[in-house]
Design a protein around this ligand. Structure first.
Ligand SMILES: Cc1cc2nc3c(=O)[nH]c(=O)nc-3n(C[C@H](O)[C@H](O)[C@H](O)COP(=O)(O)OP(=O)(O)OC[C@H]3O[C@@H](n4cnc5c(N)ncnc54)[C@H](O)[C@@H]3O)c2cc1C
Length: 284
């Protein structure tokens, strides 16, 4: 297979290269999805724009409580970051479960988002963190909430002249507790059959706010608003956790596909929620 290859070292070089209309051009970051798709003849790009050398997209930063992750930050660096362990635990736990050490060292947060797979592991965590995606083009930058960025199975709102440059979200506060749990076919190197991320804010033993997101159960990641509302104002007792799990399974409305069937996914979504909440209850 033949294609043109261009390597860029700055965001402005990348945006210049992206400005010409070329539907067969593909951006190459870690290559863990793209190179597999090329190898399996699922796509045949005419041009590869290699952005992996852009240092300014590799930064993890915090400014006034807002966390900013450059698009080229790898799953491995997220999983190992003490700052993110304190401010974004569900994301740290989800990135720590991606593939294998080799995949985590290459695969990037930007690539995971643009792939827009319902089983992309970073995505439920970014939902509960309230993340926004920053897209840049020659016309400037725009920022969109993650729920509006992901519009379907492997479909995102990015345009062909745009580069995903960063993802931003408010860091978790002192009252916030969170987790990510995933169920795959095996313990390692498994794509999620179902995953659950949550952040609850605990004040004096009572839940003041709750955000829950489920991965791999629908065409995009979904939130479970009825379960979230139920939890607010409640202490984390075994009865409350069990009712939250039941509601969460009800709200999951999963799909059946080659990886798993709907009823099992619904049940597991609730079970993963109850396990995570039970651990939080134990630790507090
Ligand atoms: C063996 C194996 C196991 C895996 N296990 C998991 C897993 O457990 N969980 C999981 O979530 N994923 C898993 N993946 C998928 C993959 O590793 C991730 O989706 C990874 O985050 C992709 O990032 P990348 O940098 O490699 O993207 P690439 O492969 O370089 O690119 C993926 C897509 O995103 C586009 N893109 C990348 N960066 C940008 C950008 N900054 N702006 C615009 N477009 C961009 C590319 O053009 C391409 O369309 C696995 C993959 C393999 C091969």
């Amino acid at each position: 297979m033949k294609f043109n290859y261009q390597r860029v070292n700055t965001v402005s070089e990348a945006l210049e290269a992206l400005s010409g209309n070329n539907e067969t051009r593909k951006i190459l970051a870690g290559g863990t999805d793209l190179l597999v798709m090329i190898q399996e003849h699922l796509i045949s790009p005419g041009e590869l724009l290699d952005i992996s050398g852009i240092e300014e997209l590799k930064e993890i930063g915090e400014d006034d409580g807002m966390i900013r992750l450059g698009a080229l930050v790898t799953h491995g660096r997220i999983a190992d970051s003490p700052l993110l362990r304190e401010k974004a635990l569900p994301l740290v736990e989800s990135c720590g479960e991606v593939g294998s050490p080799q995949i985590r060292n290459l695969g990037t947060i930007g690539g995971n988002l643009v792939m827009a797979s319902p089983s992309g592991d970073s995505i439920p965590a970014l939902y509960v963190l309230g993340a926004e995606v920053i897209l840049a083009s020659n016309e400037g930058e725009r920022s969109i909430p993650i729920e509006e960025f992901l519009i379907g199975v492997k479909k995102s709102a990015i345009r062909s002249d745009e580069l995903l440059v960063a993802v931003i979200f408010p860091g978790m506060g002192a009252d916030d507790r969170g987790f990510f749990r995933k169920l795959g076919q095996r313990k390692a190197l498994a794509i999620s059959k179902v995953s659950t991320a949550a952040i609850v804010s605990l004040r004096d033993g009572v839940i003041a706010s709750a955000r829950i997101a489920l991965g791999a159960v629908a065409t995009t990641v979904i939130r479970t608003p009825r379960t979230e509302s139920f939890l607010v104002g409640q202490p984390l007792t075994p009865e409350v956790i069990s009712e939250a799990a039941r509601l969460c399974s009800e709200e999951s409305r999963a799909i059946t596909d080659i990886r798993s069937n709907a009823a099992y996914r619904d049940e597991m979504a609730g079970l993963l929620l109850s396990r995570g909440l039970a651990e939080i209850a134990e630790e507090n």
